[in-house]
Write a protein that binds this ligand. Structure first.
Ligand code: PLP
Length: 355
């Protein structure tokens, strides 16, 4: 039986997606050729790219609203740099909610002034700062919707006239938001959408073309838009699997459906963390992530017993990030509710052995 995969990324994907992807490796579209040995300019693949782009906009409710979807390479980490290259003239504002947010700001410093509007570093990123103000003259405000490492998630985004840019790598397509508030959204595929190797970038096209500097072609969003996300050979396999996952999500009922499932999974686990005296959560309750739940044992001496129990139960990937320790259970879209139940069962079993 397949393991219960709580990996933080690359992450679990739906079984039916894996099955279709494996078939396409041998014989794609009944063309008697493999998906990964055909031209990316062939109609078969161009259709895949177009489908992936249109499904992304459709699921987010951003069709016909001036947005373009791109599937680029270089991971979310390259977007840290591309965002600044394409949008930063003088000043940009950043919210520091953890490792990734911090890295994004660091890359932008090469292109202008960056202002850290607030930070939760004082408490090891265990909460989301609130009530900060964003300088009116900033070219954009950058935030990270979900802190994959510490397990916090922004529930309310600031009201501002400044352009909103958001790294949604670890919670895109997991919950309903007013996506029109954002001018640029990016997300590495490997957290909630597909395999590693491609990054979804959603851009309101009108925000481009406002910087003076020369932008190298591969880093220029406008060039990627003009070539329909095919400026160079795209990561065909990663784009194809992402497309299958987006289609899977649409067939289930889209974001409204999966949000409900995600809420159920998160409630099941957090209720157990709060109920069971052997465990405690590590972040502020109101800022808890529905994607990555972080928790620790109240008695470290139980670590060996607990680790053996969940391993024996076929659970994988819940060791915490090295900077936080403890445990991190990532509950991305494709993780079934019964996997969360399996983890909760083990937590309850541990409690029984201590009585
Ligand atoms: C994983 C992650 C990244 C880094 O993604 P890469 O694709 O590996 O560059 C950036 N931001 C967030 C929020 C992440 O979870």
């Amino acid at each position: 039986m397949k393991k219960h995969n709580f990996s933080a990324g690359p992450c679990i994907l739906p079984e039916e997606v894996l099955k279709k992807a494996s078939e396409a490796i041998i014989n794609f579209n009944d063309d008697n050729l493999s998906l990964i040995e055909i031209s990316h300019r062939s109609k078969s693949f161009v259709d895949v790219m177009e489908k992936a782009r249109s499904l992304s906009l459709e699921l987010l409710g951003l069709e016909n609203k001036g947005y373009k979807a791109l599937f680029l390479q270089g991971g979310a980490s390259l977007e840290f740099l591309m965002v600044a290259y394409n949008l930063l003239n003088k000043k940009a504002a950043y919210l520091n909610t953890g490792t990734w947010a911090n890295k994004a700001q660091k890359e932008a410093k090469a292109f202008g002034e960056t202002v850290e509007v607030a930070s939760s570093k004082d408490k090891n990123f265990s909460y989301i700062p609130k009530g900060y103000s964003i300088p009116e003259d900033a070219d954009y405000f950058h935030c990270t919707s979900n802190n994959t490492v510490a397990g916090t998630q922004i529930k309310a985004f600031p009201e501002t006239n400044v352009s909103l840019v958001c790294d949604m790598s670890s919670d895109i397509f997991s919950r309903q938001l007013d996506f029109e508030k954002f001018d640029l959204i990016y997300a590495g595929a490997q957290k909630n959408m597909g395999p590693a190797g491609t990054t979804l970038v959603i851009i309101k096209e009108e925000i481009l073309g406002k910087v003076e500097r020369h932008i190298p072609s591969m880093l220029d969003y406008q060039i990627h838009i003009n070539s329909d996300s095919m400026f160079n050979t795209p990561s065909v396999f990663a784009v194809y699997v992402s497309m299958l996952t987006l289609q899977w999500l649409k067939d289930l009922g889209g974001i409204p459906f999966i949000e409900e499932v995600n809420n159920k999974k998160a409630a099941l686990l957090y209720n157990e963390i709060d109920r069971n005296p052997l465990f405690k959560g590590v972040v502020e309750k109101e800022d808890r992530s529905n994607m990555n739940a972080t928790f620790v044992l109240t008695d470290e001496n139980l670590k060996e017993t607990f680790d053996k129990m969940w391993t024996d139960a076929g659970i994988s990937g819940i060791n915490g990030h090295r900077s936080v320790g403890g445990y991190r259970a990532s509950m991305y879209n494709a993780l079934p509710l019964y996997s969360v139940q399996a983890l909760v069962d083990v937590m309850q079993e541990l409690e029984r052995t201590q009585k």
